[in-house]
Design a protein around this ligand. Sequence first.
Ligand SMILES: [Zn+2]
Length: 207
Amino acid sequence: MSARQRLGIGGVQNHPEQLISFYQEINAKGSLILSDKRVTSLRIIHFPDPRLRKRCAPVEHFDAELAALAARMLELMREDKGVGLAAPQVGINRRIFVCNVTGEPADDMVLANPELTDLTGDEIGEEGCLSIPDVHVQMRRAKECVLTARDLKGNPIRLKGVDLAARCWQHECDHLNGKLIIDHMSEADKIANRKQLKKLESDFKNK
Ligand SMILES: [Zn+2]
């Protein structure tokens, strides 16, 4: 999800430094599957890449490969000034996303196998997506929700989110089911974004 607003949420976990030390700790034990080279070569893929449309499989192994993937995703999210990034957006078909809705490094979060419950209230707000650059859609989302997930070590996490955090989690969970913001465009959104979507389609064809 791209950043247009900045609202604070509580909960500090998986700070990048902790992530890197966790990654190095496991890496030293020699259980790394996804090579360093493969991780650093990951890039954000763009609509209409078909990998964005697949339903992702659950994370089963909470290992160094996963930690390396999450660290790279956080890096890519930050480079593109996003507030959230899901694994299918880097071409990986796994149920994991990273997010940071404040921009403070201490608020980086990594959430594997997320489930949303207690969706309440509703609010329309503009959303962008790092995989659909320069497209903005008015999206109706629950104002509050509860997210249960696993952290990088497989420990359970339960968080309550409001406003931007709740919106971001709903956006990222949609990615894990192959859903994109352009699936919900109003007639006005379709008109406003038509040129840019055509450009993305032709860029993909000519790649
Ligand atoms: Zn997105």
